[in-house]
Design a protein around this ligand. Structure first.
Ligand SMILES: C[S@@+](CC[C@H](N)C(=O)[O-])C[C@H]1O[C@@H](n2cnc3c(N)ncnc32)[C@H](O)[C@@H]1O
Length: 202
């Protein structure tokens, strides 16, 4: 049976064997730029599929109340190990689709290599769940991979596919290419920074 990226076991093996080519080892420059212009004042943010979760400190130091979630135990251990205990307790081992988040609904959801990690038939479910977890008018921000779908993950968005996918629940408020020099080689020239506002009636 082929491996299934919608199951934690798929990711557990990779973290345990340190086969994590998506792991940037740092906070993406695009997020640092966003936080410079969008400092928090106690707003809540969720990081779905956080992996090593480098972005946790970046958001917390910028003034946000951060919750991170990943369903892979070794990923959660990686993230928790780096953080002080008052932050690490907000790194949750759980399933994004079903976990009952005490801090929901969130003001902001930030993602990198989460949508593209999961099979495209799950993307409408990700969009729906993201909308449910945000306050009306809340922001979904992140880095999205555009490319092929074959042999994923990563599964790339096709041009225009993102507009269709998010249209019912979100309005796009920012959409810009990321300089190739800011990306890992596997994503270089194929990533975009995007921000979307949840529709009031979504
Ligand atoms: C490609 S990795 C990206 C990790 C991190 N966002 C980064 O940029 O390094 C995808 C992550 O999503 C997690 N994941 C996939 N499906 C999930 C789900 N339903 N609930 C929680 N985490 C999930 C995996 O365990 C994995 O850590």
């Amino acid at each position: 049976m082929p491996e299934d990226p919608s199951r934690p076991e798929f990711w557990n093996t990779r973290y345990e064997k340190c086969r994590t080519p998506w792991d940037a080892g740092a906070v993406p420059p695009a997020l640092l730029r966003y936080l410079e212009t969008h400092p928090g004042r106690g707003e809540s943010v969720l990081l779905p599929g956080c992996g090593s979760g480098y972005e946790f400190e970046a958001f917390a130091n910028a003034g946000y109340r951060v919750t991170a979630v990943d369903f892979s135990a070794p990923a959660v251990a990686r993230a928790r190990d780096r953080l002080p205990v008052e932050w690490s307790e907000h790194v949750i081992e759980g399933d994004f689709f079903s976990y009952d988040f005490p801090r929901a609904p969130f003001d902001l959801i930030y993602e990198r290599t989460f949508l593209c990690a999961l099979p495209p038939d799950l993307w409408p479910k990700i969009v729906q769940r993201t909308a449910e977890l945000l306050v009306p008018g809340g922001i979904l921000a992140g880095i999205y991979f555009f490319g092929e779908k074959e042999d994923g993950p990563p599964f790339g968005l096709a041009p225009g596919e993102d507009a269709q996918l998010f249209a019912a629940n979100f309005v796009t408020v920012a959409n810009a290419p990321i300089p190739a020099t800011d990306s890992l080689p596997m994503f270089a020239g194929k990533e975009r920074w995007q921000e979307r506002r949840r529709r009031e009636d979504a």
